[in-house]
Design a protein around this ligand. Sequence first.
Ligand SMILES: [Zn+2]
Length: 261
Amino acid sequence: MLNKRQRFLTAVAIFCSLALCIAPLQVAGGGPLLQPSPRLEEVDLASYLREQQLAAARLREVTPTLPEARTTVTRATMHVVQKGDTLWSLAQQYSVSVAALKQWNSLRNNLIKVGQTLQVSAGQPLISRSGTSTSYQLLWPVIGTVSSGWGYRTRFEKFHYGLDIAAPTGTPIYAACAGVVEYAGWKNGYGYCVFLDHGNGLKTAYGHASKLYVKRGQSVEAGQRIAAVGSTGFSTGPHVHLEVRINGRLVNPATVLPKTR
Ligand SMILES: [Zn+2]
């Protein structure tokens, strides 16, 4: 029989050996789980998750109201105004209404000028030139929610030279304008990305894709599927990072995208 003291010492011995057995297991099993993934190192996890939830909620709200026409984008017909053209003659020529012509071209009155480029059909106007000035009107490349605009962001404390459109992984990314594929592949922070050259000094880039459907040197139409949304490269959730360059300078994509999607 063990006395009180012996029983106590036995219990302590058992406890200690158990603790020694368990302790290394905890380190081995629990260690890697506590290690932050390098991608999230600079991001506060709680606020990141909260943002993802908000983005998902916004997507649920926004997606059903977006027009389905985006998947069958047609390039708008453009007409350069000739001597003798009037809004009425153009309306007749292209079987559209004067009101539609005014709306597509943001005309405040019925005056049009010789040489002026007008959109004369439904669809998306692309690059148009009027005299010496060139105006660019791109297509929205993705159906989704703008999750980050052009400018300073508090989260990363650096300037954001693009527009982020959040959408579920696999959502098609469309060419914002007709052009040629300048680059398609992996590029540092961009992850899998596509760079398009549209001529006329216009270039666009699409980052963080999960899949690429085009190759370097290939011609693409406006609205053609070029990639799928993902979260590759420096990204904290599925979205496309859209960049627009005009004559070599990055510009705010919002200034060349239609106000409505
Ligand atoms: Zn971005």
